[in-house]
Design a protein around this ligand. Structure first.
Ligand code: NAP
Length: 451
């Protein structure tokens, strides 16, 4: 019998658990899925935008895995020096699969990026998603014009959330405080800016198209910036997803401005060089105009454009962070591995595996994690004879408790779900997320307070 710890209960962790219990090659594998948070589902709960109910409903599929008879959810357990040291974790289980994602955001590396009013998109997302570590920064208070730097799906998410009104946000599970702030928003102009051309934008067509269906909002594209992209003149030869993006943007570029209350301006060939400030607060962003270099990149032109903004959201991708006791590739922000086996100096670290963003970097959609986790589990099952020879605790949960940890088990999570449904009911809304540690742990343990 193998007892495996999966660290992280986002899609990659849950798909890893699923692959481990839904096979009969190595029968009877048991899996504990540990998470730092008392709540499962990772970025499906704390990253997918609240208005994307269909994607969020994926939680129902993930739930069936976490409710499997040989899978156990143990929330509120932080692996690392502050909680459960990785070395101790390795003693408790035959193997550990790290599925911890990419917890940090990439930096722009330009002056002014830490001015008040300049935030990473991930901070903004965490706030409206009720992540218990999120900080209320006012975000949109006093903001009329916002600049979103980057043209990936996260940029599209935050631009869309900035343009949404109370009527569309109220049916979501977003916390009441964030709903109030966004409902009072005076944001009229959102500039979403790419440093390269429209054919190199990373957003997907479905997400892009959705911007065009927002009430009271129009999407504006400068035809001259589209035409600057060499791919624009001959879209027929482009891969389907890129061609479809171009077609959507062409439609917007050809449409006359309608004077709607809110505008999302898609801009291209602008490289951020400075976040400008006045009196310690963001006042805009200075960009250098770029042109295609013929090799997929761009070169600067020495000409600049300033966009006024009271809010800057840097949406330039996530980054993995080093993990206690594991090797790390600082250039890629990932753990070195071969087919999911963690490698140190060209040698596999016994009993250590990775899946998801910490393995392959922060790319792909949720479904990409399924084959990724499968590959890792394949490696683990191949190693099963050696893993069986490793020692493991008979009862890891008892050992965790003896170490002073108080894991939130599945019943605790179900209590959080009930408390969120009740909170929503009390405000005439559907389930509403509890946004703080105290509230979550209080609900999970049937007590108020006690972190
Ligand atoms: P992303 O797709 O990697 O996009 C990052 C963007 O930032 C790119 O446009 C990139 O431009 C730009 N960028 C990077 N460094 C920059 C710099 N120094 N200055 C200016 N721009 C810079 O990352 P993401 O949007 O964070 O998304 C992460 C992953 O989550 C993606 O796989 C995404 O599809 C997925 N996701 C999916 C959904 C959905 O399916 N609805 C929603 C959210 C996220 P270059 O291309 O020029 O580097």
């Amino acid at each position: 019998m193998l007892h495996i710890a999966v660290v992280g209960s986002g899609p990659s962790g849950v798909y890893a658990a699923q692959s481990l219990v839904q096979q009969d090659e190595v029968p009877g594998v048991r899996v504990d899925v540990l998470d730092r948070l008392p709540c499962p589902y990772g970025l499906v709960r704390y990253g997918v935008a609240p208005d994307h109910e269909k994607i969020k409903s994926l939680q129902n599929n993930l739930r069936t895995v976490l409710e499997h008879e040989r899978v156990r959810f143990l929330g509120g357990v932080e692996v690392g020096p502050a909680g459960l040291p990785a070395a101790r974790l390795r003693e408790l289980y035959h193997a550990v699969v790290y599925c911890v994602g990419a917890a940090a955001d990439r930096r722009l590396g330009v002056p002014g990026e830490d001015l008040a009013g300049s935030h990473s998109a991930t901070d903004f997302v965490s706030w409206y998603s009720a992540h218990p570590d999120a900080v209320e920064n006012g975000f949109v208070n006093g903001v009329e014009s916002a600049v979103v730097i980057g043209v990936g799906n996260v940029a599209v998410d935050v631009a869309r959330m900035l343009a949404r009104g109370q009527a569309e946000l109220r049916p979501t599970d977003m916390p009441q405080s964030a709903l109030g702030v966004l409902a009072d928003s005076r944001v009229r102009e959102v500039h979403m800016v790419g440093r390269r051309g429209p054919s190199q934008a990373r957003f997907t067509t479905k997400e892009l198209r959705e911007l065009g269906s927002l009430p009271d909002t129009e999407v504006l594209v400068d035809p001259a910036e589209l035409a600057l992209d060499p791919a624009y003149a001959d879209p027929a030869g482009l891969p389907g997803p890129v061609r479809r993006n171009i077609e959507v943007m062409r439609g917007w570029a050809e449409r006359p401005e309608r004077g709607l209350p809110r505008r999302i301006r898609l801009r291209f060939f602008l490289r951020p060089v400075e976040v400008a400030g006045a009196a310690g607060r963001v006042s805009g962003v200075r960009f250098e105009r770029t042109v295609p270099d013929g090799r997929g990149g761009v070169t600067g032109t020495g000409r600049y454009e300033d966009l006024p903004a009271q809010l800057v959201l840097r949406s330039v991708g996530y980054r993995g962070v080093p993990l206690d006791g594991l090797p790390f590739d600082p250039d890629r922000g990932t753990v070195p591995h071969v087919a999911g086996r963690v490698m140190r100096g060209g040698v596999a670290v016994p009993g250590a595996y990775v899946a998801g963003w910490i393995k392959r970097g922060p790319t792909g959609v949720i479904g990409t994690n399924r084959p990724c986790a499968k590959e890792t589990v394949r490696s683990l099952l191949d190693d099963a004879p050696a893993l069986r020879r490793r020692t493991a605790a008979d009862d890891p949960l008892a050992a965790l408790r003896r170490a002073g940890l108080r894991p939130v088990e599945w019943t605790g999570w179900q209590a959080i779900e009930r408390a969120e449904a009740e909170l929503g009911r009390s405000m005439g809304r559907g389930p509403v997320k509890i946004p703080d540690w105290e509230g979550l742990l209080g609900a999970a343990r049937g007590t108020a307070g006690a972190r």
